[in-house]
Unconditional design. Structure first.
Length: 491
């Protein structure tokens, strides 16, 4: 056999791919592109329902007082979530009532969380394709549809990002062999844990996940239970202190809306939707599909916790602990509450992929790769289709608010403080809108001290408004145009 000349060898090297393109992590780039593309339409969504409440408060407070109230949990929102509040405040100061900046941050956090999930699974299984599958199961999942549609659901994205970042730091602490480096990672994990709680205080009970990771990924078998307990103690102290402080002050939403009436049914509903992300029942009713899916997911969690890779145990614990705070909210279920639990599902999926795919690739590499690719594409296509379908109500709702905002600001560009604007025949005459949402809408739109009411055309308040001499009364005509009753208010 003739040997290749040095020139031929050089020519062959010239056609070699750059090292970056030969990296197994390069597949994460198109995966993140797909994840961003699915949620890209949310960048164009307007404010929706109670999105206006924190912005209305900003209009009536100076910066220092608003931030202080945010930190002291005395603001109008019934939760201690200073990081989301600061994000909203920064966006309002920069762009006013333009929701795009917040949506951009939410989308970036979403992609960042998917990337961190990839890294966690890759780091613990050493299989990039398993990490890729985990990232896609989380990033494309329609179980949490609507979580990126509302501005005030940034709590979910911030909480998920810092929680997964904490997990990654814990994993790196276990992988580090140098004491200084290991302690630095542990310190970083604690700092990220504080940021996670400051994003979503309901996640304070998730700390056992980090303890399980510290135990599972400890490379030294002797004394690892004691080491895990010692290293978990700061996470537990911070989490328990958070929970106890709100129990003591009764200044959190949990003190008014939590109950155990439907806890078991809601657990089944949430676990079922996580595996079968179609439909969402009220807390007093459980559909057959979600009941079966919940049983299947519970069985899968039990089996993988015993036999699967270590990351599957962490994922199973993550699902249960992150769902737990939401099953005690008595009055309703919401798909956005599955955003953080979907992280655990992704971790489990990545671990299961490594468990099944590793031996399959050794026995029949081509067939296993083909089945894996086709299966992943099929799941991704189903996820994308369901996301598009289930996003439609959120899209329509935000468009109604955008249209209402455009109409009233066109008719009343400026409104003096202390003025009550009355709209007859608008899209939001229901009582729940008049109580908090529309007052916040008015203050966020025109300034502190302005209010707005939407009344039915045939109601007594509408009749009295037509008879009044206020220049700030307008009525929707049959053609959908909003017209002032008493002429141009600017004159």
């Amino acid at each position: 056999m003739a040997l290749a000349t040095s020139e031929e060898r050089a020519q062959g090297r010239s056609w070699a791919l750059p090292r970056a393109l030969r990296s197994p992590h390069i597949l994460l780039v198109p995966a993140l592109a797909a994840i961003l593309a699915v949620q890209w339409p949310t960048l164009h969504y307007f404010y929706y329902f109670d999105d206006y409440v924190p912005f209305g408060e900003m209009a009536g407070e100076n910066a220092s007082r608003y931030i202080w109230r945010l930190l002291m949990s005395t603001d109008v929102t019934p939760n201690w979530r200073p990081l989301p509040g600061l994000l909203y405040f920064a966006s309002w100061r920069v762009a006013g009532m333009n929701p795009v900046p917040v949506h951009v941050v939410m989308l970036a956090l979403h992609a960042g969380t998917a990337a961190l999930i990839y890294y966690a699974v890759w780091r613990t299984t050493r299989r990039s394709w398993a990490g890729l599958f985990a990232a896609l199961i989380f990033g494309l999942n329609p179980a949490y549809v609507g979580a990126l549609s509302q501005v005030t659901t940034a709590t979910q994205q911030l909480g998920a990002f810092f929680l997964v970042a904490t997990l990654v730091a814990v994993i790196e602490r276990c992988e580090s062999r140098e004491r200084l480096r290991a302690n630095a990672w542990l310190g970083a994990a604690l700092a990220l844990w504080v940021l996670a709680i400051a994003s979503h205080e309901g996640m304070a009970g998730v700390f056992p996940v980090f303890g399980l990771a510290l135990l599972s990924f400890d490379a030294e078998p002797d004394g690892r239970w004691q080491r895990a307990a010692l290293r978990t103690a700061p996470f537990a102290a911070i989490g328990c202190a958070t929970a106890l402080s709100f129990a003591a002050c009764q200044c959190n939403e949990g003190s008014t809306v939590w109950g155990t009436d439907y806890a078991w049914r809601q657990t089944v509903i949430y676990l079922g939707r996580l595996l079968y992300p179609v439909g969402l029942e009220p807390p007093w009713n459980v559909g057959v599909a979600h009941m079966a899916a919940a049983a299947g997911l519970a069985l899968c969690m039990a089996l993988t916790a015993i036999t699967g890779p270590k990351i599957t145990r962490v994922g199973a614990a993550w699902v249960l602990l992150s769902v737990a705070p939401h099953v005690f909210i008595t009055y309703f279920t919401a798909s956005r509450y599955l955003y953080i639990p979907a992280v655990g599902l992704g971790l489990m999926a990545g671990g299961i992929a490594a468990l099944v795919g590793g031996p399959a690739l050794r026995l029949a590499p081509r067939a296993a790769a083909a089945v894996g690719i086709v299966g992943s594409v099929a799941i991704g296509a189903w996820y994308i289709d369901q996301t598009r379908r289930q996003e439609e109500p959120f899209k329509a709702a935000t468009e109604r608010w955008r249209g209402f905002h455009t109409d009233v600001t066109s008719v009343f560009p400026t409104v003096p403080a202390g003025t009550r604007v009355i709209v007859i025949g608008g899209p939001f005459p229901q009582y729940e809108f008049q109580l908090h949402i529309l007052p916040a809408f008015a203050e966020a739109t025109w300034g502190d001290g302005v209010s707005i009411t939407d009344v039915e055309p045939d109601s007594l308040p509408a009749m009295l408004a037509r008879l009044s001499d206020s220049k700030y009364v307008a009525e929707y005509q049959s053609n959908g145009q909003l017209v002032p009753i008493h002429g141009d208010p600017s004159r």
